[in-house]
Design a protein around this ligand. Structure first.
Ligand code: HEM
Length: 507
């Protein structure tokens, strides 16, 4: 805290001196407290309102400021100022677990959220990603259910492996992400030792308004390091804030973590000819087909001064893009574009973008008016409407992104009905590139994690893994102690047949 503003003298919330902050005013030395102790009333009333709703998911998190420096030229793809050669942009990044509540331990088996706000000269750009290249599910309808399945059971109030695995295994597109979550990467040794991915397909457009599709990857310069279940268990028993402490202390001692940003680029023509849906978040784009193109370096170099003000009140949304960066037809991304702002208007209030950590560092003229906690002058006497005759609030058509051709009738399409869809290919490819020790860890972690579940769920998961790679399914079946011949039989069925055959009353 700045010493010139050191609050040495205690006042109430409107600046009047507080004479005593230890002894309540009582009627007589042993009598009851009186309402007239208005400072006491103020203090208690404020305390009662100090807790705000936690994020529905990603509730436990840690943050740090930094800079993003562009080291390579990708201007042929995007006109975004933040991605032009040499640009240096201030940032704020928040790391989180997904399933645990605000008080949960850091070292749980889970994916990690990583949200970075780039305070660019053209407005804030938020890259709200995870430490995995893909996601469990691909239709926005499934998102709230995913969270209900991994969070607490409505009856017991406890987390439930049965709910979690029941949901995962009824959606075969989860197989790849479940494989990653159960692998050695399921518990990173620190936030500094993991990669970061935007996961979705986004778009870039350049000065000539030509569009390409892109994916973001940030590779750790600290190297990948992970914890085993046993190591994590021992840490959680004594230190629930292990990852937050590691990040804070590294930055305090000047050991600034860095990630190299890369993009993968797919042209619109390549997307049309791609062998599967390039906008399906459960699928990767293979590096050998769409190589990584280096962009720049994200460095985290300053800790927040106040956890609540800067980390808890930070609000990110994939809807925040800047000219040169856009969305894609990814149906999962489209759902996210609504969800975050809606959650933040509830969690922080309608004027949440005025909170300093969220405030853009360029001129902001959004012309929204009023609302709870409007503290910036509310645009004074400027007209509150457009169009107006006074040259206020004119739109800027020069930044409009190129139009996007779409095809097909409006309908509820199930991606599994697309003949190019393969829910198991990516998990199979991952199994093939894993070394023997990683395969053994994956099988061991999965068997331990799924152990409390009923047999039908174990059969379903082993079948999916078998379809990804027969060896993966066979080793898992053996580790889970289920009948391999039965798994092979189930693997012959289509999705509906497998679901039917593994309903709980059937097994
Ligand atoms: C349709 C799918 C999704 C929906 C509806 C959704 C919704 C949300 C909501 C409502 C929050 C809390 C926001 C807040 O209170 O500030 C949140 C947090 C978050 N989500 Fe998602 N999410 C989805 C998928 C994803 C995916 C695919 C990723 C990663 C690529 C992701 C990464 C994150 C991260 C990192 C946070 C924490 C942000 C922070 O640190 O404040 N989410 N999500």
């Amino acid at each position: 805290m700045d010493d010139t503003h050191k609050p040495t003298k205690l006042t109430n919330e409107v600046g009047a001196p507080v004479p005593d902050n230890e002894n309540a005013i009582t009627a007589g030395p042993r009598g009851p407290v009186v309402m007239q102790d208005v400072w006491l009333m103020e203090k208690m009333a404020h305390f009662n309102r100090e807790v705000i709703p936690e994020r529905r998911m990603h509730a436990k998190g840690w943050g740090a400021y930094g800079t993003f420096t562009v080291t390579h030229d990708i201007s042929r793809y995007t006109k975004a100022a933040v991605l032009q050669p040499g640009a240096v942009t201030p940032t704020f990044t928040r790391f989180s677990t997904v399933a645990g509540e605000r008080g949960a331990a850091d070292c749980e088996r889970d994916i990690r959220g990583v949200a970075t706000k780039f305070y660019t000269t053209e407005g804030n750009w938020d890259l709200v990603g995870n430490n995995t290249p893909t996601f469990f599910i691909r239709d926005v309808h499934n998102f709230s259910d995913l969270n209900r399945a991994v969070k607490r059971d409505p009856r017991t109030g406890r987390r439930s492996a049965q709910n979690n695995w029941d949901f995962w295994t009824l959606l075969p597109e989860t197989t790849h992400q479940v494989t990653i979550t159960m692998s050695d990467r399921g518990i990173p040794a620190s936030f500094r030792n993991m990669d970061i991915f935007g996961e979705h397909t986004f778009s870039f457009y350049n000065e000539a308004n030509e569009r390409v599709w892109c994916k973001f990857h940030l590779k750790t310069q600290q190297g990948i390091k992970n914890l085993s279940d046993a190591e994590a268990e021992a840490i959680n028993a004594t230190n629930r804030e292990y990852h937050g402490q590691d990040l804070f202390e590294a930055i305090e001692r000047g050991d600034f973590p860095k990630w190299t940003m890369y993009v993968q680029i797919m042209t619109e023509e390549q997307a049309r000819a791609h062998y599967e849906n390039p906008f399906d978040i459960t699928k990767v784009w293979l590096h050998k087909e769409f190589p990584l193109i280096e962009v720049g370096v994200l460095e985290l170099n300053r800790n927040p001064e106040n956890y609540f003000a800067e980390v808890e009140q930070a609000a990110f949304t994939p809807a925040h893009v800047v000219p040169g960066i856009g969305f894609s037809p990814d149906r999962f991304l489209q759902g996210r574009l609504f969800a975050y702002g809606d959650a933040q208007r509830y969690r922080l209030g309608v004027n949440y973008n005025e909170i300093p950590v969220n405030r853009a560092r360029c001129e902001v003229n959004e012309y929204h008016r009023d609302g709870f906690m409007r503290v910036d002058g509310n645009y004074g006497a400027a007209p509150a409407y457009t169009p107006n005759s006074y040259d206020y609030w004119t739109a800027q058509p020069e930044v409009a992104e190129p139009p996007l051709e779409l095809e097909g009738a409006m309908w509820r399409y199930d991606p599994k009905d697309d003949p190019t869809d393969d829910c198991f290919r990516d998990a199979g490819l991952l199994w093939k590139v894993m070394t023997e020790d990683k395969r053994a860890i994956l099988v061991d972690n999965t068997a331990r994690n799924i152990a409390p579940c009923t047999p039908n769920i174990k059969y379903r998961h082993a079948t999916h893994c078998y379809l990804a790679d027969p060896e993966y399914g066979e080793r898992l079946a053996s580790a889970m102690g289920i009948d391999l011949a039965k798994v092979r039989e189930l693997a012959e069925l289509d999705h509906a047949g497998l679901v039917e055959a593994t309903l709980s009353e059937r097994m």
